[in-house]
Design a protein around this ligand. Structure first.
Ligand code: MN3
Length: 194
């Protein structure tokens, strides 16, 4: 069965004014869709056509890996965004305070990783050997290729922010970290992974 573009977990206007509906029209409707379309072309008629997405990501290289990983990365990115979630709670909040000192420290580390990722890529909050860690990856690369469990990500490809903040990547990063982190989703992911 072909891979399909998962539905966005929010309305296209839901993240405004920080991420516009126009950005989502292109980023979700064109870019994410293109990765799905390309992935389907690459696996058609091959044994990968019937494999789960994560199996393809873990075994593939080159164009197949890039498209499969980008399908996963974008679905994961959307799932971590929501306007108006005040902050982490429960076990995630406890772990952040114990391991990182404060939520602000985590946000600062994510902002730095996202701003200093040279060229296209992603910054991540991951779980590695049971501990929280902030990382960054280039292009389509992602934590599962490195034995880590992703908890949250921010897309720093130019297509993620150029419509809204033009060349000002740090402004996009700051707005996402201050207003759009779905800490409830991060908490659920943490509970499932720890
Ligand atoms: Mn993107």
């Amino acid at each position: 069965m072909p891979f399909t573009l998962p539905e966005l977990p929010f309305a296209q206007e839901a993240l405004e004014p920080f991420i516009s509906a126009e950005t989502l029209e292109y980023h979700y409707g064109k870019h994410h869709q293109a990765y799905v379309t390309n992935l389907n072309k690459l696996v058609e008629g091959t044994p990968d056509a019937d494999k789960p997405l994560e199996d393809i990501i873990l075994s593939a290289e080159g164009g197949l890996f890039n498209n499969a990983a980008q399908v996963w990365n974008h679905t994961f990115y959307w799932g971590g965004l929501k306007k108006g979630v005040s902050g982490p709670s429960g076990a995630l909040a406890d772990a952040i305070n114990a391991e990182c000192g404060s939520v602000d420290n985590v946000k600062q580390a994510l902002a730095e990783a996202a701003a200093t990722q040279f060229g296209s890529g992603w910054a991540w909050l991951v779980l590695e050997n049971g501990k929280l860690k902030v990382t960054k990856t280039s292009n389509a690369d992602l934590p599962m290729k490195h034995g880590q469990t992703a908890l949250w990500t921010i897309d720093v490809w130019e297509h993620a922010y150029y419509i809204d903040t033009r060349n000002a990547r740090p402004k996009y990063i700051r707005q996402v970290l201050d207003h759009l982190v779905n800490w409830d989703a991060v908490g659920t992911r943490y509970e499932a992974a720890k």
